[in-house]
Design a protein around this ligand. Structure first.
Ligand SMILES: NC(=O)CC[C@H](N)C(=O)O
Length: 324
């Protein structure tokens, strides 16, 4: 059983283990920058950050933790939480189920029997969920999304306009998904606007430290570790964690749940955030991706930490299991 220090020394310990794993993983230079959205290839491939924030709001930050990058698919998790809060589980479930697909995140795929997207973490489900953002027009709906992020981050985030324009220019597959959702009666008849909003949410700029804070909030039953605000209800946080564990890593989700066992969400911008329930959030930024669209170094950091410290949520030796 791994010995973890008490609350006072926890953050120092986290700092130490993150610095150590950072050094061990830094030399890994496999993977490619995402280029199907051309603007995403314009980042420094060597950037690397590891950030942790505990449920008490303490943080340990290593490497390029203040570097901004686009959140991409990690936004899907936050929007899913907002949809559950605003519309309730039943209405959300009518649009997106909770079945992992085993297919790439941008597969043009619907559950034809149930007339819904497979899950909210792949593009079809995410677009169906973004369609649920309330507001009379794009400006109002954008404002709602940015306000949601503001509650998690403690500041209103910026949007990378170049990436957003690039997504817009190259997003034909997402457009195809949007219109398929309309054809199936899953979304409302404002697909072009909803896609604009989806491109925008993916282009929101965050740091690894921001992601760790988001993770810590979700891991803390939806209570923000610093402001103490209830950002999402505990049941919604539970649903977010569950879907993150089963679907958060796209077609790598099964292997991820099996080997790493930490609810997590990745994005093609190179961000990866994991939630350790009751403990905190752990985030990595490194933009070189594997064939699934997950950060290569990000995966390695989580694999090592999970293995070395028994962090799998079902690990009987887990240092922070409820009974300890
Ligand atoms: N996996 C991702 O991060 C995908 C998000 C990206 N904006 C897309 O829609 O293709």
């Amino acid at each position: 059983m791994v010995e973890v220090p008490d609350e006072q020394r926890l953050v120092e310990w986290l700092d130490e283990i993150c610095r150590d794993v950072y050094q061990r993983v830094e030399s890994l230079d496999g993977g490619e920058l995402a280029s199907y959205i051309p603007e995403l290839a314009n980042v420094d491939p060597d950037r690397f950050a590891i950030a942790t924030v505990t449920v008490n709001g303490e943080s340990a930050l290593t490497g390029d933790h203040a570097q901004l990058f686009t959140i991409q698919s990690i936004s899907k998790l936050l929007l899913y939480g907002m949809a559950l809060e605003t519309h309730g589980r039943e209405r959300v479930m009518r649009r997106a189920g909770v079945a992992p697909t085993g297919d790439p995140f941008n597969a043009i795929e619907l559950d034809e029997k149930l007339h819904r997207a497979p899950n909210p973490m792949v593009n079809s489900g995410a677009i169906a969920i973004t369609d649920m953002v309330e507001g009379r027009d794009l400006a109002e709906r954008t404002d709602n999304v940015l306000s949601l992020f503001e509650r998690y981050l403690g500041r209103r985030p910026d949007v990378d306009q170049a990436v957003c324009a690039s997504e817009h220019a190259s997003g034909h597959r997402n457009r195809a998904i949007g219109y398929l959702l309309l054809d199936q009666g899953i979304v409302d008849d404002r697909v072009a606007e909803t896609l604009d909003l989806y491109f925008l949410q993916c282009s929101i700029l965050v740091t690894a430290a921001d992601l760790a804070l988001i993770g810590a909030t979700i891991a803390n039953n939806g209570v923000h570790p610093i402001t103490g605000d209830q950002i999402v209800g505990p049941k919604v946080a539970r649903d977010m964690l569950t879907v993150a564990l089963t679907c958060g890593m796209y077609d790598y989700a099964g292997e991820w749940a099996y080997t790493v066992g930490i609810p997590a969400k990745s994005g093609v911008g190179g961000g990866l955030v994991g939630m350790l329930p009751g403990v905190g959030g752990l985030a990595v930024y490194s933009p070189r991706l594997d064939e699934h669209g997950n950060s290569v170094r990000g995966i390695r950091v989580f694999e090592k930490l999970s293995r070395d410290f028994d962090l799998h949520v079902f690990d009987p030796e887990r240092p922070w299991s409820p009974e300890t």
